[in-house]
Ligand binder design. Structure first.
Ligand SMILES: NC(=O)c1ccc[n+]([C@@H]2O[C@H](COP(=O)([O-])OP(=O)(O)OC[C@H]3O[C@@H](n4cnc5c(N)ncnc54)[C@H](O)[C@@H]3O)[C@@H](O)[C@H]2O)c1
Length: 363
């Protein structure tokens, strides 16, 4: 194991808490720094005590509070810092731009200052970035040549024309994205995640601190908030199914996403500590397999014993939504020795079972 002392910002969250528990089990001394933001935490069980019982040091603090963060880093003296603390709602970011900028952007700047002022221990910083930085992502034109997708226009979406297009309005075919794809964030959330990447790369330039960036696709699984209306579409579906509701699917139901079980995402973060030479390339982390949202909704309905026909394709669309998101994971496989270990059906079954237990307990 590369690091015996680890700090995880956002370590009480969905991914961070599972990462903390895994690393602690592997023998690291893990501390988390988290403000227990009520939005993702409400109704999600007692993460605080689950972490404490496992021996994880829980430091309650806000990434926007520089002196508190500095004190936490001085106290833990970490060798590796995982930066996961963030506001995470794509749609919500449009209505709360300053909050997203303060937490995600200024918070990251604070982390840099706190690490730089702390002295020498920190050797690696690993960011949980997002595939959202690509916007529509990699596409090819009708000749099969790589082509840049422009942001989709509200006028096209209103007409039911959902395909990504180039700047001249020619329809494009989406393909898997990797870091060769130009960045083109389509939401304030996505812009703030891209800023986190830039800040960390620039903030540690010329120092001995290595920065690793993982661009995550849609991570899902047990532990993802069932109450947060702004993120985690599969958790939202689980709740809606068990409330007897019909699942409303945006656009024509053909939006494609790459769903990765949280255990696999955690393995990628762990590999960033274990790998001898931390990759300097940005790595894409996903299952590498696209699935359309209407299809995955039907699979969840079946798993939860509901009628798979309880799906309504609405034609509605949302600002910042992109059409197709699938990772090209070849670099993560080559440079990190990581690949997903779970298939989608296994993950969906785990999520469905866990959500059933949680929602019954809450009833
Ligand atoms: N879950 C996904 O599908 C996904 C996809 C791409 C990227 N990511 C990134 O992974 C990271 C973790 O995501 P998650 O799904 O576990 O989300 P989450 O909301 O469950 O976890 C985020 C954690 O950050 C904490 N936090 C929020 N604001 C804070 C603040 N001001 N100070 C300190 N802590 C604060 C929250 O309390 C929470 O525990 C985020 O950076 C997110 O952008 C997640």
């Amino acid at each position: 194991m590369f690091a015996s002392r680890v700090l995880i910002t956002g370590g009480a969250g969905f991914i961070g808490s599972k990462l903390a528990l895994r690393l602690q089990k592997l023998g690291s001394n893990v501390a988390i720094y988290d403000n227990f933001n009520p939005q993702p935490h409400e109704g999600n069980g007692d993460t605080d005590s689950a972490l404490s019982v496992a021996g994880v040091a829980v430091i309650q603090g806000d990434i926007r509070d520089l002196s508190s963060l500095q004190a936490a880093i001085a106290r833990c003296d970490p060798q590796i810092v995982y930066h996961l603390a963030a506001e995470t709602g794509t749609g919500q970011s449009f209505s709360l731009p300053s909050r997203y900028a303060e937490v995600n952007v200024t918070g990251t700047a604070h982390l840099i200052e706190a690490i730089r002022s702390a002295g020498k221990s920190v050797r690696r910083v690993v960011l949980a970035s997002s595939r959202s930085v690509y916007g529509e992502g990699a596409c090819v034109n009708s000749q099969g040549q790589p082509a840049l997708a422009a942001e989709r226009l509200a006028a096209d979406l209103m007409r039911g024309d959902y395909a990504p297009k180039d700047a001249l309005g020619q329809s494009l075919t989406p393909v898997k994205s990797n870091a060769d794809c130009p960045v083109a964030p389509a939401s304030i959330y996505a812009s703030s995640k891209l800023m986190q990447e830039y800040l960390l790369k620039q903030g540690f330039w010329g120092t001995e601190v290595q920065v690793g960036i993982l661009r995550l696709q849609n991570v899902f699984g047990p532990g993802q908030s069932l109450n947060n209306a702004y993120t985690g579409v599969l958790s939202i579906f689980c709740r809606q199914i068990q409330e007897g509701r019909t699942l409303e699917i945006f656009e024509d139901g053909q939006i494609v996403r790459d769903f990765l079980l949280v255990d696999d995402a955690v393995s990628a973060f762990v590999a960033m500590a274990e790998v001898t030479k931390m990759p300097t390339d940005v790595l894409d982390i996903g299952s590498g397999i696209g699935v359309n949202i209407a299809d995955v909704a039907r699979r969840l309905l079946v798993l939860l014993g509901a009628d798979p026909g309880r799906v309504k394709v609405t034609g509605a669309f949302r600002a910042g939504d992109i059409r197709h998101a699938v990772a090209d994971i070849a670099r993560a496989e080559a440079q990190l020795g990581w690949r997903p270990g779970f298939d989608l059906d296994t993950g969906l079954a785990q999520l469905a079972d866990w959500s059933r237990v949680m929602l019954r307990a809450a009833a």
